[in-house]
Design a protein around this ligand. Sequence first.
Ligand code: NAP
Ligand code: HSE
Length: 429
Amino acid sequence: MSSPLRLGIAGLGTVGIGVVKIVQKHAELLARRSGRDVTITAISARDRLKNRDADLSAYRWENDPVAVARADDVDVFVELIGGDNGIARDSIEAALRAGKDVVTANKALLAMHGQDLAELAESLGRAIRFEAAVAGGIPVIKAMTESLAGNDISRVMGVMNGTCNYILTRMESAGLPYEAVFEEARQLGYLEADPTLDVGGIDAGHKLAILSAIAFGTQVDFGAVEIEGIERVSIDDIRRAADLGYRIKLLGVAQMTARGLEQRMSPCLVPADSPLGQLHGGTNMVVVEGDSVGQIVLRGAGAGEGPTASAVLSDIVEIARGVRLPVFGQPAASLTAAQPARTAVPAAYYLRLELQDKPGALAKIATVLGDAGISIDRMRQYGQHSDSSVPVLVVTHKTTPDAIDFAIEALPRTGVLVSDPVELRIEEV
Ligand code: NAP
Ligand code: HSE
């Protein structure tokens, strides 16, 4: 058997401790699969005295993650601290420069600085692996870089933030408003320290930007992702969408078009009986479409100690086996700077309008939509909501985001709306 693969782990929180536990529990299994022992030599976190639910006495403690990254007795630096800059980036760069391979779960860092880090790693002949960074335990990075390497990928999409999916499904099942379920999620410890990363769609946007780079051979470009979070999704819309046979999901879609690369992360309606519509709670799902393979659906736990550590271990075993892939599936120097394109691919839209209950109101709405070039597929009016207003739902035929924007701007000028119109894209899945 070859010499052991020696790990230095920085970050001993949810994921870091999960990794330690798997290395301890499955030492023999990992050795068999890797062809060599996998051991931990050095560890680092902020607080040495914290009780961490694992026996760490055999490992050397370093206060500074950079010391772990540079240590002579470390072959692979495992960064599980997080953050799109600072110590996570400094320690990864130090590890690469010291000749170590890197494993990380840090989607924020890769989404913001993935190209620079990939160029650095590849210029030094080192690997950066990050299976855990997107969709937790789901092996989507390996599926896309390896298993689907023979495909021209046309579209990648999915639900990539478990917290948002939990909030949206719980709102529907319990009939609770957003604010109440957000508070529940906070109590359950689901939210990131900065909750806007989750509910603002940023965390999921980071993940989509990483998948786009692999799918389309482009430099990761988080700044070009059109992002809208779930904060404005109301229980009313969840109920009305259900009436029409849809569920609302925070959905990421990336596709290459003739105008450039569209990347968006936003609340969308999906058919309730589709695989994405059937996704409940904190589970993630990624759908990839390739020219030869057709559609692939990957589903599983997108977060948590076990699933995320499982993904980290898959990278460690890959490196232990001597496999060193380009960071984004092809040499970093060959990744092109994609032309970002605002979403223009037509789709059906859901509109919820609260109208004054008076003669001619619906006709005025229909005129605005007609003027915008929008054709109505279905329209449903409910009984009076209050003394003087009625909710009206419209499902349009396929139309462009520009046409919808035009209509949304014009609708208040009809003088028959009692509140702002709500529009949500209906995504074909
Ligand atoms: P976490 O529980 O907050 O743990 C972070 C760890 O980093 C802690 O052990 C902390 O030390 C340590 N740390 C923070 N600042 C440090 C510093 N300056 N020097 C040394 N150590 C420092 O985070 P996590 O949930 O395990 O997430 C880790 C990474 O995995 C992040 O990039 C995250 O985005 C990613 N990820 C997490 C999940 C998940 O389900 N949690 C899923 C996918 C990806 P102390 O313990 O001493 O405070
Ligand atoms: N906050 C993330 C989520 C953690 O809810 O999916 C996993 O990346």
